[in-house]
Structures are given as C-alpha cells and as structure tokens.
Design a protein around this ligand. Structure first.
Ligand code: SF4
Ligand code: SF3
Length: 556
C-alpha cells in the first residue's frame, strides 16, 4: 500500500469510494464525475456540519435539547456528500449557509464556549466559502498524521452511511435521538486532537454499534409501514404504457409516487436499489407497479436512454447524465444534479410528483431490454418462516455453506470476479445478498436446493441487517457461542459509504474474516489496515479459484 502524502495543493482530494483514482485518491477530477469546485464545497459542508455537531454535542452536555429539525439537517448534510448523491454545487452552498445559520443560533445558547474547535467558531458569507474550502483547515488532508486521518475518515464515512439510513427512517417519521446524538458526538470527535489512535479505533467500533441500531431503526420503519418482505417474483420485462423509473433507496418516495400515478395510465418501474420494494406486501396492491427495469446504477447511461420515460432519483447513485435524457432525470431528497429538476418536500408532507407524471404521459413506453423475472424477498421474517427447511438442509448436508455477498456493484472490470465467483460456487452453497452487488449474479439462474433458491436476496444494502439477524438466528438454533462457527463466509463488495457502515456493523457484531473487494479502501493507512487484519481477519480478494478454496474449501 502506497503511503498517502498530504498534498494540500492538489485541485481536490477525495478517496471515499472504491473507484478512487489509481486506488489512492481523486486529485484532479472524480472518477464519479465530481469536479474540484463541487468537491471543495462538499468538503466545506462536512466541515461546517462537524462544527454544528460540536455545538449540539456541547448543548446536550449542558442538558439542553436539540430539535429534530437540527438532527435532520445534520443527517441530510452527510447524506448529500455520499458518492453519487448530489452534484449540484448551488444546493450544497445553500446547505452550508443554512448550517452556519443554525450553528450560530445554537452557539448563542451555549453557556460554555471554551474548547470549541475552529470548525464550530468559523462563520462566513458565501463570498468567503471558496477561500475557506481551500484553506488547510478543511478537507481530508487537513489531518496530517496518516493514521489519525485514516481513522477519522473511516468514521466519517461510516457516519455518512448511518445518516443515509437514518434519513430514510426519518422520512417514515421514525427518529431515534440516541442515534442522532451519537452521530453528532462522533462527528465532533473527528475534530478532537486529543484523541489517540486507540480512542479512534474504539470510536470506529462504536460507530458500528450505532450502525446496527440505525439499520434496525430503518428495518422497523420499513416493515412497520409496508409489512415484512416476502418471497416475490419480479417481472424484468416491460408493458405497453408510458412509465416512470424510480431509483435509489427511499421507500416513502416510492409510496407517494405509486399513489399519485394511480389511474393515470402511467406505470412505475423500479431501478437498481429500488428493486426490493417489490418484496413488501404494501406495494403489491398497485396494479401499475410494473416491475424492475435494468441493472445496477453504473449501467444507467444506456438504460435510462432506452427507458424513454422520466427517471426519479431518490438517492445515490447518479451517473452524470447524457444530454439526451437529462430533461427526463429528476431528483428529490438528498439527491441533486445541476440542470435536473428537483422535487422538494419536508418530512411528513406529501411531495408533488405531478410534473413528472405529466412528462411521462408524453413519453413512449420503455423499450424492452430484458424479459423474465427474478426472485427475492428473503429478509429476516421470510427466512425465519423457512427456518425448519433451512436448518434441515444444513443438517442433511444439502446446504454446505452460505456466502454473504452483500454490498455494492460498480463499473470496474475487476468486479467480474463476483459474477465468476457466484457461477463457480459449488451447487450446495447458497449466496446471501443485499444491496446492488446482487446484479452481478441475480440473473444467472443459479437454481435452488430443495426449493431454497441459491441466491437469497434480503433487499437493499441496509437490509444487510437482515443477513446479520439470520446469522444470529442460526447461531441460536445450532447452539453455538460464536457466530464465526457457523458455515457462513463473508465475501463483500463495497463501493460507497453505506457499505462502510455495513462493514463496521458486522465488525461490531463480531464477524471475523470478512473478505472485502474488489480492492481495500484507499482510506486505510497501512497501520489501520494492519489493525483490521490482525483483530478482525479482514482480507482483500484473491483470484476466484483461490478464494473458492479459501472460503468454501474446494472448487466446483
Ligand atoms: Fe473519487 Fe470516489 Fe471521491 Fe468520486 S467519490 S471523487 S470517484 S473517491
Ligand atoms: Fe448501490 Fe450506489 Fe452501494 Fe445501497 S446504489 S448499494 S452503490
């Protein structure tokens, strides 16, 4: 691993995702399409959000309450900075201004102003934003020590993932003050120069604990509102009506869109991470909920072209759109793209999607790119309902092993590894998946074992929580003391920061020997990587054949 030297003078510096340039950091322009002038504003947004979090944390210490609106501001700010969520510099500038305003107001309520870091004290007008963003105080490289920087960034990225999951729960009117207070306390701690490497390692695991809590909150919000996911066959072909394609992770947005498109003659299709919405009982009543169109996020340039109708991005992952369909691309929530129309809407209010529906009516029906169907819906309750069958299959040897292959997909060639790995797995091994990683193997027709499909899709990336619950249930059924004694291997694909919180959550739950690929994060310094290897057995990936041998004992 190459050492990362502070290079404050480069045009930008970002290494938060797996596709970062040269595996070390994007310094001129993001591989994702993020430009330096956007990158600097996102850095400043993180800086002021950390400043605000120092103030709210101190206020809580003084026994003062922090309003939900402030908690929501922090979570949406973090969500906005996730890879491929928001490319709209103006929207980021507006969030910085709002954050500074709220921070100044709250700071005036603090009794003790001592020991606040610079980020909590700084205030400035828009004309000063660029200079501030370019100063040594702001951005990843503002921390000189490589190991401290590595841990601070890993924690920050985990918190971004946690914030995203919290935001979806908040949209369903579920809040958890403990999670918000931790999130802000942890953000504040990433500015605390008195913390040692050991303190930050402990904070990393604590972030994992709250990752579990955040995913549990979202799980109960989703299942409380829409029921427990159940085995479902999802059509991947098309119908003859005009359609709207909805992507991202926000189920509340989907619900409102389905309601508003009822009886309009416009069908609704899911894309990428919205696919698992079909598994929820509440959405099955909509006859015009037509199916899933396309694949993981990175193929959207071709697939949005052929879809013909409007596309609503509720979250990441946006690929900078081609001009040919840019006027059909809409955003909402934390997502944004300059020149694309954005639908506003506060928590608890109904968003107005009528302009999208009107546009859809003028568009041709989607062009068919696939036919057939895929099966999913294996979240915790559905798998628990099948527990007898699953346990029997394990006892009889019909199922030899499970491999958790959750996480993200991406455009790098090296990710073909996951397709090949799935294809070559012995026929008595079952894949447990969640997140958009599944698109590498969910259409391969890998068959079933006594009626149990060999690819069990629990849902979105946050539904990795279901996979953890399933593992804990099996541990209980088999009377084991350690989850690592189960016949389950972990071969996880990561791309953006939600996968970071999933990883930290699994580490917190005691899962060892996770393989993480296609490359290890650039933000792990050699020493921090060593801590993860030595304490948790984290490893990268090798060749498919090597890893099959390592993870399931033999090749097909
Ligand atoms: Fe580069 Fe990833 Fe950051 Fe985009 S999000 S600038 S691709 S590291
Ligand atoms: Fe995919 Fe962006 Fe991560 Fe929710 S949609 S998993 S990459």
């Amino acid at each position: 691993r190459k050492e990362q030297k502070p290079m404050k003078k480069c045009e930008m510096f970002c290494y938060q995702c797996q596709e970062t340039a040269r595996g070390t950091g994007c310094t001129k322009v993001g591989v994702c399409g993020k430009r330096p002038e956007l990158s600097s504003m996102l850095d400043l947004l993180i800086y002021v959000t950390k400043g605000l979090s120092c103030v709210t944390t101190k206020l809580r210490e003084e026994g003062k309450e922090i309003g939900k609106d402030v908690n929501h501001l922090v979570t949406v700010n973090l969500f906005t900075t996730i890879t491929n969520a928001n490319f709209d510099r103006d929207a980021i500038v507006a969030r910085i201004k709002e954050t500074l305003k709220v921070k100044e107001d709250l700071r005036s309520k603090l009794t003790d102003l001592d020991s606040l870091p610079e980020a909590a004290l700084w205030n400035g007008s828009e004309s000063e934003f660029d200079a501030k963003a370019d100063s040594d105080a702001v951005g990843v490289l503002s921390t000189e020590n490589e190991d401290i920087r590595s841990l601070r960034e890993m924690i920050t990225y985990g918190l971004k993932g946690l914030a995203a999951y919290s935001k979806h729960a908040n949209a369903l009117m579920q809040d958890n003050e403990k999670i918000d207070a931790f999130l802000q306390r942890a953000l504040a701690k990433t500015l605390d120069d008195s913390l040692t490497v050991d303190d930050l390692v402990a904070l990393t695991l604590e972030t994992g604990k709250f990752g579990v809590d955040g995913m549990a909150l979202l799980d109960s919000a989703n299942t409380g509102a829409y029921g427990n996911p159940e085995i479902t066959e999802v059509n991947i072909g098309v119908r003859n009506n005009p359609g709207i394609l909805i992507s991202g992770h926000d189920l509340k947005d989907l619900e409102q869109l389905l309601e508003q498109t009822k009886g309009t003659g416009v069908d609704v299709y899911t894309h990428s991470e919205m696919l698992p919405a079909h598994y929820y009982p509440a959405f099955k009543k909509y006859d015009h909920f037509a199916g899933n169109y396309g694949n993981a996020w990175w193929k959207q340039k071709e697939e949005f072209e052929t879809f013909n109708g409007p596309i609503l991005m509720t979250t990441n992952c946006i690929v900078p759109p081609a001009d040919s369909y840019k006027d059909r691309l809409w955003t909402t929530g934390a997502a944004g793209y300059p020149g694309c129309r954005h639908i506003e809407g506060e928590y608890g209010t109904v968003k107005d999607f009528s302009a999208i529906i009107e546009q859809a009516k003028t568009c041709a029906p989607p062009q068919e790119i696939e036919t057939g169907s895929i099966i999913g819906g294996f979240a915790h309750e559905q798998v628990f309902a099948l527990a007898d069958k699953v346990v029997e299959a394990i006892k009889s040897g019909a199922i030899r092993k499970f491999v958790v292959m959750a996480g993200c997909d991406g455009r790098m060639k090296s990710r073909e590894y996951y397709k090949e790995f799935a294809e070559k797995l012995p026929r008595d091994v079952v894949i447990l998946t969640a997140g958009c990683a599944k698109y590498k193997y969910n259409k391969l027709a890998l068959g079933d074992i006594g009626g149990i499909p060999r690819v069990l899709d629990a849902g979105q990336c946050n539904d990795s929580y279901s996979l953890a619950l399933i593992a804990l249930k099996l541990k209980e059924v088999f009377g084991l003391d350690d989850v690592n004694d189960l016949p389950i291997a972990f071969n996880i694909a990561w791309y953006e920061q939600k996968a970071v919180i999933v990883l930290l959550a699994l580490l917190y739950l005691g899962v060892k020997n996770i393989h993480l690929g296609p490359t290890l994060p650039a933000f792990l310094s050699p020493n921090v990587a060593k801590v993860l290897v030595e304490n948790f057995g984290i490893a990268g990936i090798g060749t498919v054949d090597e890893d099959l041998k390592l993870l399931v004992g033999e090749t097909a």
